[in-house]
Design a protein around this ligand. Sequence first.
Ligand code: UT7
Length: 380
Amino acid sequence: MTTFAHVVGWGKYVPQRVLTNDELSRMVDTSDEWIHTRTGIRERRLVEDGETTASMSIQAARQALEIARLSPARLDLIIVATATPDHAFPATACLVQDALGATRAAAFDLAAGCSGFVYGLSIAAHLLIAGAYQTALVIGAETLSRITDWTDRGTCVLFGDGAGAVILQAGENEGGVLASVLGADGSGGDLLRLPAGGSKTPASHRSVAEGQHFIEMKGREVFRFAVRTMPAATREVLAKAGLSLTDLDLLVPHQANRRIIESAVRSLDLPPEAVYSNLEQYGNTSAASIPIALCEAAADGRIEPGDLVVTVGFGAGLTWGAAAIRWTRPLPKPLPRWRRFLRRLRYVVARLRSRLRRLRRRLVAFWTRDVLGNGREKSK
Ligand code: UT7
């Protein structure tokens, strides 16, 4: 019996704070006209104090679980694709697992730049199709504002913060993620990178003084790579699924630059209505851009059951990826208030459970101190 990996839930979170091109033009030597003509971006969202990649991921995941009508306890796997995790470790996916109360789920982060969400979707779909898991949550989330040099007009006008999530579930009916293609070319790693903060150049006074904890990008070369890669990956994934461009209902590309998207559309000879873009409002949110766009396209009625959707991304690594998805799930009616209240209660219980587990760990440490001894006694 063949198993398929269906998209059964989707959700997004974008911060409240809007930063417009006009505001940016008061911070660096730029203008709304330049930014909009060269990129298609008008504004982007930025996190407030206290918001992080994990906190945005949790909000997006809760929405996706609500649409899927699933309890977090049903999740077997959580993948968070991000270049801006809360910490190097623990994984942001583990923070999400704990906050949701997804007690049965394995959880890990995935670093594949802006292609991260498509990588995560592909991995999760393959695990479901292989029968390893039943239900997976895949999140793309970024807090790029915290690694942006707000004095560098070449990069600060491009990026924004946000999170998007989808839930995949194994099923016997045909549909869901039909095919995916992933690729990498590490020889282009220097074109888009965060120079310091890793094992090669750990954080130091010098690395901070030299501004090495900010995004560094050779924009024109990334542009050329994107223009080449997006149409090629789209064609390849359709061929792998045994389909063609005439079967495509909606292309949901990585939202980096309107000119890159338009070039892909021209090269694929697609009508403008066959492509979704929300770049104008959010800028480039890296791994979050495709799942946020998927959610908005579904909410706008641009994706309906039976539609063939292709998502295609490119980014740091260099990496690229595309997935062909046969959408099978209609947008459900909003939940009644009492059921939404019960759902919120579930997350209060999850928080309580997490605190109890921490307390239990402390108590066990206290009770077993004589048995284990402490470090000082051992070293004598
Ligand atoms: O998710 C993947 C992440 N990255 C990308 O997708 C980036 C792909 N690349 C791009 O989107 C474009 O290359 C950029 C939007 C970054 C730049 O656009 P461009 O048309 O390639 O401009 P450019 O870098 O060739 O610069 C053209 C001019 C330069 O001035 P001169 O040397 O011609 O006098 C820049 O200094 O525009 C200047 N410039 C700006 N002017 C006003 C660069 N940034 C700005 C700015 N405002 N923000």
